[in-house]
Design a protein around this ligand. Structure first.
Ligand code: MG
Ligand code: ZN
Length: 215
């Protein structure tokens, strides 16, 4: 039986665009993080909190959503150059979209770029965006079984950020166990337990970014 190879040309084209993104970011000395997580996992709120704890870092943000520029406006309100990408019905960002968005950012002024992917724990992980690291954002309300159920995303990531730790008592999930369940899938993951509301864990998250040379 013949295999159907429809995905390969799409991914090959994506990889070419991802190489171009990586070259441009490398030339500009920018460390880029691709944030992947479900809708409502707290990606944008984590970015707002990150801006707050890295006041001296020249950060840019690319926001991916099916529709609206709400998230880019939230970050722009904090003084961060932010570009909104709308995918219509598309469930992930691809590298060509990111390459286009780079044209709208002041790259020479930046040292750190966050790319907030479309809210989705499945296919964003398959599309290299030219980032230096993928970070999965997973809120305590999502449950301890998610890393096992969505393993490919966790296997491709370098970090997992467990968000909304302040909600843990209300949802009956231990955020550190949730982090451990992600590390059980991928032992190489660096994990963080944070609350944007209380500030818990943001120092560790900032330290990881700083260790990447962005502070
Ligand atoms: Mg968002
Ligand atoms: Zn998709």
């Amino acid at each position: 039986m013949k295999r159907i190879l429809t995905r390969e040309p799409i991914l090959a084209a994506n990889d070419a665009a991802a190489r171009a993104v990586r070259e441009r970011l490398g030339a500009a000395g920018i460390f880029a993080v691709n944030l992947i997580g479900s809708p409502g996992s707290g990606k944008t709120t984590l970015l707002e909190a990150t801006v707050g704890v890295l006041p001296g870092v020249r950060m840019g943000i690319i926001e991916g959503d099916l529709a609206t520029d709400r998230d880019a406006r939230r970050l722009a309100a904090l003084g961060v150059p932010a570009v909104q990408l709308n995918t219509g019905s598309g469930c992930h960002l691809d590298a060509a979209m990111v390459l286009g968005a780079l044209e709208r950012l002041p790259l020479v002024e930046l040292e750190l770029l966050f790319i907030e992917n479309v809210g989705n724990l499945v296919c964003p992980a398959a599309f290299d965006l030219g980032e230096a690291a993928k970070a999965v954002v997973l809120s305590v309300a999502e449950g301890e079984d998610k890393p096992e159920k969505y393993a490919p995303t966790f296997l491709r990531a370098q970090a997992v950020v467990v968000t909304k730790a302040d909600l843990a008592p209300h949802v009956g999930v231990d955020p550190h166990r949730l982090a451990a369940s992600a590390r059980a899938i991928n032992p190489a993951l660096v994990s963080f337990v944070v609350s944007a509301r209380s500030g818990e864990g943001l120092d560790d998250w900032r330290g990881w970014l700083a260790a990447k040379g962005v502070e």
